[in-house]
Design a protein around this ligand. Sequence first.
Ligand SMILES: [Zn+2]
Ligand SMILES: [Zn+2]
Length: 250
Amino acid sequence: MLNEFRADLHIHTCLSPCADLEMSPLAIVHKAAEKGIDIIAVTDHNSAENIIAAQKAAEDTGLTVLAGMEITSSEEAHILALFDSAADILKIQEMVYEKLLPGENDEKKFGEQVVVNERDEVSSFNKRLLIGATMLSAYEIIDAVHSSGGLSVASHIDRDAFSIISQLGFISDDLKFDALEISPLTGREEAEQLYQTYKTFAWISSSDAHYLNDIGKRTVLFHMKEPTIAEMRLAFQRKDGRKVEWDERQ
Ligand SMILES: [Zn+2]
Ligand SMILES: [Zn+2]
């Protein structure tokens, strides 16, 4: 028996310098539930320090919070890493922190990077240069994510900055992304025309929310057994009846 799950797999918390400070894990969980979303992924820039809080905040709700991160490659392309468990993304975080370009976050210029708990209390301010790139190539990121059992998705391929296409010109066959993401800027029909050559990949669309009201702006519908990375992988590969559909309902 397959079920339908509505998912928004790209959401930033107040840990991302560019995200609104109202994006606390608790507020995000409430907003996602209100919008009828079943699965979200918390995907802060080069850090996963708000994941545990988001998963705890969702404990007594029907919402599944995937442990994610939006990693900036050395080519300055954004890549989503998605896992079930916080432990897995925290291992990826160790690698990312080691390879993050040195420097401190300039709060005045880029914004604060706030680590909070599941009750909305501030735990600390992350001082790393999360807005910057890592020294990891797109290939290295995809490999690391796959060896830890996660999914890697090319972020907002339709955007003219920080996307794999804007940075490399095209998506090489040997980049083993599990899916490509198209931003809310591009409609389905337009995407079909622009990215016909990339139909071998699964496509998703997500909000890339930096503000509470953006959550659920774009979602996908997964047809699968349960809200797990293993089932999502099957849906991306269209195996055993699983599938993912791009939902343009706002
Ligand atoms: Zn991005
Ligand atoms: Zn993003």
